[in-house]
Each structure stands twice: as C-alpha cells, then as structure tokens.
Design a protein. Structure first.
Lengths: 192, 237
C-alpha cells in the first residue's frame, strides 16, 4: 500500500474540503428524512383536533431541560472546533468530551421521560400522536447516539493531535442534530 | 444583534478562522429558548393563542438560523452548498404540497376517509369530562363497510357508477366491462356466479381475465352484499 492520504481527502473539485462537502450531503438527505417526518406530523396535527388532548400529556419542562442540554452541547462543540482550528487538539478533545457528556445527559433524561410515559400507558401504539412522538424523538435519539460514538473517536484522535479537521465535521453534524431538536421541541412540547 | 460584527463579506471563504462571538450567540440562543418556554404561559394568561405560535415556531426559526449560520458556518460556505441544501428543502416542499390535501382533509369530492373521521370523533368524545390518567388504548376499528361505497370506489371504475359498463377505466378494455343493466347479460348469470366472479375474478367463471379477483379485500358476508348490490342492476323481467 502506498503512503500518504487517500486521494478523496485531498482532492477538491468544488473548492470545498471533501469531508465537509460529504457531511453537507449527509445533512441534505437528513433534511428530507426529518423534514418529511415532521411535516407529515404537522399535517396530521392540523387535521386532527383531538391530538391536542394527547399532546397535553407531554412534559414541557423535561423537553425544555433537554433543549438547554443540547444547545449547551452545541456551544461546546463549536468551541472544540475553534480550539482545533488553533491546533490545540487536547483542548478540542476536552470540549468534545463535554459535548459527549451533553449527549449522555440528553439520553438519560429522555429515557426517564419515556419510562414514565410508557408506565402511564402512553406507548407507541396508544394512538397516532404517540406513534409520531416516539418515532420522531426516537429517530432523533438514534442520531444523538451515533453522533456521540463518532465524536468519541474524533476526540481520541484530536487528543493525540491527529485529524483535527474532523472536529469541525462532527461539529456540523452535531449542530444539525441540535437544529432538529429546536423544531421538535415546539412541535411536541410547546404547541398544545 | 451581535453577529453583525462578524465578517460576512467574504464569500467562499474556506479555511481560516471566523471571528464569531460564540458565547454571545449561545446567550442569545438561551434567551430565545426561555422566551419560547414562557410563550404558552403568556398566551394562556392573555388568551391570545397566536402568541404561543409565534414564540414556539417563530423563535425556533430564529434559533435554527443562528445555529446554522454561526455554529455550522453556512454563512461562509460556497454558494454551491447553499443550493444543495435549498434543493433538499424544495423537494420537501413538493412532497408536502402533494400530500397535504389528502392528509389534512378527511373528505373530498369522490372519497371519504372514514378511519380519520372516526378517529377525530372518538378522540373528541374522550376529551369530554374528567381526564383519565391512563390513556384508553384505541384499537383499530373495522371501517364501516358499505356495498354501495365499495362498488363506487372499485367496481365503478370499469363498470360505471350506474352499472352500464361505461366506467372511465373500462373504455379501453377488450372485452369491454359487463353492462349489468343488459337483460342479455343476465340470461347466463345468477347471484352465485356473480359472487364467484367478484371473489375469484372473471377467469373463475370463464369470463374476461380483466375482471380482477377481490376476495382478498372483503370477507364472505361483504362479498355477498356486493353481489346483492350488483343484482340490483338486473332489469325486471
């Protein structure tokens, strides 16, 4: 095998670094995935006045707490990017660590929330509102889990001063996960 | 807003630092978030529901914009990237525009979504009186069957709403769909044969293979009702 970096990571016909172009492509497809799910939820919500009764049972303060956690984790992710730009891999790794901590906090809060709701009979099959609730938030939670795992790899590399450009890439993904939640929060918790 | 201080004049500025005041953006996000949480309280206190909608979705858009521009640095990306994402949003818009009329309405000129209407009715009834702690698990209700509605929805496409064999989709078929009002047709038919044709298709009675079998869609009793409905077209002898 030859030495050096693979061509795909150095070549750039668009003038945009390949990794960043790729993550934006991922997000372009995610727009359709989450957008499709959320817009169909919104249409059903408008067509079904009775969903208001079900939506009244979501716990606003839990959703609010998680919104705060995700916003903060986005902040530490962008600070990690800033540190990586300055070549400070150790600081970037530490800040990514805080972001992973935010991801874990989010998931712990979510699991308590869901356990409470399921124990009260609000399961994914209770009615269509709850089906959407668990599908949308569940798909989002899967993205949180995936992001946290990948961020772990990136942080380990960054700590050793390797592949610092990846800090920005995982950050862009993480901010998107944050943006999805920014819309999920009013849709599922506030508009009742 | 504070982000106006940042360099926004550099298009296609790839590498290098963006002097974004991250902490200020973060504080702005938290303040907007607190307003969005307080929105429903204010909306309820003043009885103005639109306040909640603005604080919920208006603020969500502003927050998303702040994150996308300043944290994801889309503001500094090449125009190509913005077009890529816009294309995705346009696709999403087309999908929404296409399905919205079907999802949001529960009836139209030629169709009724019985299941959705029943769900609304059941749900609103549940809402009356005391709120129960445990949600009543709503089983999927069998949708009310009507031979007339089924004939109108399925058979009429070829056989015509009046059974004259003049349905829109039947015009191109060879042999053309049976005319149920034709006495000659009934010379060789009875209820049993009609029932078999509906259930197992035209082939089962030695007629046109273009008559599809519908047995998988209906139970025996419903098939019987549909056969009876077809028998109604038979002219008196």
């Amino acid at each position: 095998m030859g030495h050096g970096r693979p061509i795909a990571t150095t070549r750039s016909a668009t003038g945009i670094p390949t990794a960043r172009l790729a993550i934006w492509w991922v997000l372009a497809s995610e727009i359709v995935i989450f957008g499709g799910l959320l817009s169909v939820y919104l249409m059903h919500r408008l067509g079904h006045p009775e969903w208001a009764a079900a939506a009244a049972h979501t716990q606003t303060w839990v959703g609010a707490l998680n919104t705060f956690v995700l916003l903060t984790s986005s902040f530490t992710a962008v600070l990690a990017h800033q540190a990586a730009e300055k070549g400070d891999g150790k600081k970037a790794a530490k800040l990514l660590g805080f972001t992973i901590l935010g991801a874990c906090t989010f998931l712990v809060i979510k699991s308590f929330e869901w356990a409470n709701e399921i124990s009260h009979g609000y399961t994914i099959t209770a009615n269509t509102f709850w089906s959407f609730y668990y599908t949308a938030a569940g798909l989002h939670a899967l993205h949180v889990i995936a992001g946290a795992i990948i961020m772990g790899y990136v942080a380990i590399d960054a700590y050793r001063g390797r592949e610092l450009h990846r800090v920005e890439i995982i950050g862009i993904y993480w901010h998107f996960v944050d943006v999805v939640w920014i819309f999920l929060f009013p849709l599922l918790y506030i508009a009742k | 807003m504070s982000e106006k201080n940042t360099r926004s004049d550099e298009h296609g500025h790839d590498e290098g630092h963006h002097d974004v005041p991250y902490f200020k953006i973060y504080v702005a996000l938290i303040i907007l978030f607190l307003i969005s949480v307080a929105g429903p309280e204010v909306g309820e206190a003043t009885g103005l529901r639109w306040i909640t909608l603005i604080t919920a979705f208006g603020i969500a858009l502003v927050k998303a914009r702040l994150v996308i521009n300043n944290f994801m640095h889309l503001k500094w990306e090449k125009r190509l990237m913005k077009w890529m994402l816009t294309a995705s949003l346009i696709m999403l818009g087309i999908m929404m525009a296409g399905v919205a009329p079907d999802v949001m309405n529960h009836e139209g000129n030629n169709w009724v979504n019985l299941a959705a209407q029943a769900a609304v009715e059941r749900g609103l009834e549940d809402d009356h009186g005391e709120e129960s702690e445990v949600v009543t698990v709503v089983e999927a209700q069998p949708v009310g069957f009507s031979a007339e509605a089924s004939f109108g929805m399925i058979c009429a496409t070829c056989h015509g709403a009046g059974g004259l064999g003049d349905g829109v989709a039947g015009a191109a078929l060879d042999p053309s769909p049976a005319n149920f009002t034709d006495p000659v047709f009934w010379e060789t038919r009875d209820r049993d044969r009609v029932l078999i044709a509906i259930r197992d298709g035209g082939v089962a009675v030695g007629a046109s293979a273009l008559m599809a079998p519908w047995g998988a869609l209906y139970d025996e009793e419903q098939l019987g009702q549909m056969a009876d409905y077809v028998m109604n077209f038979r002219p008196n002898q």
